[in-house]
Design a protein around this ligand. Structure first.
Ligand SMILES: Nc1nc2c(ncn2[C@@H]2O[C@H](COP(=O)(O)OP(=O)(O)OP(=O)(O)O)[C@@H](O)[C@H]2O)c(=O)[nH]1
Ligand SMILES: [Zn+2]
Length: 189
């Protein structure tokens, strides 16, 4: 959090409240700028991290077949409107050279990428590329499904609309059957 200027966020929040016509001195709002600055520091904490770092420790296991961690919940902030979008990420990869990641690291990578001003497409491809670069697997397939508050509570106002994005690398780029296999595993309860 070292690079986050909490005071600057506080001032900015106060200015926004003033600009929309609020009384920033009324009791309920007195601590709001401080609370929001702490919240933003948390929600954008991924900016202080490199998502690849979670794969710097690997285990050596002779398993060169599918690993799928599905239904990883995440919350992010749309970079156009600074309102949340949230949903689930599913990450599949096929290790090579016996390099497997700790399972929790897949979720940590998603969290680190999500906690910044983002686009859903960029979350999807950044996670896939981090795994490719650090584990050098035979392939990676990342699927993200999310609901965007900027399409729900404002603008288009279409609650329930879901956006699905995917990023396929290595063997998953060309193998339709392998991609379908992942999709059927994701649909299994
Ligand atoms: N590709 C992509 N677009 C996104 C994402 N999150 C929000 N958006 C879109 O970003 C676009 C910004 O469009 P603009 O026309 O610049 O902004 P706007 O006038 O507020 O757009 P509306 O939402 O249509 O009212 C909108 O179409 C949003 O739906 C995302 O993760 N990926
Ligand atoms: Zn948006």
């Amino acid at each position: 959090m070292s690079n986050v200027d909490l005071k600057k966020i506080e001032e900015a929040v106060k200015m926004i409240l003033e600009a929309v016509g609020e009384d920033v001195n009324r009791e309920g709002l007195l601590d709001t700028p401080k609370r929001v600055s702490k919240m933003y520091a948390e929600m954008f904490s991924g900016l202080q991290e490199d998502p690849r770092e979670y794969f710097s420790t690997v285990f050596h296991e002779d398993h060169e077949e599918l690993v799928l961690v599905k239904d990883i919940p995440f919350y992010s902030m749309c970079e156009h409107h600074l309102v949340p979008f949230y949903g689930k990420a599913h990450i599949a990869y096929v290790p090579s050279d016996g390099k497997v990641a700790g399972l929790s690291k897949l979720g940590r990578c998603v969290e680190s990428v999500a906690r910044r001003p983002q686009l859903q497409e960029r979350i999807t491809s950044t996670v896939a590329d981090a795994i490719m670069e650090m584990l050098n697997p035979k392939g990676v397939y990342v699927i993200v499904e999310a609901e965007h508050m900027c399409m729900t509570m404002r603008g288009l106002k279409k609650p329930g609309a879901k956006t699905v994005t995917s990023a396929a690398r290595g063997i998953y780029e060309t193998d339709d059957v392998k991609r379908s296999e992942i999709i059927s595993f994701i649909q299994m309860s």
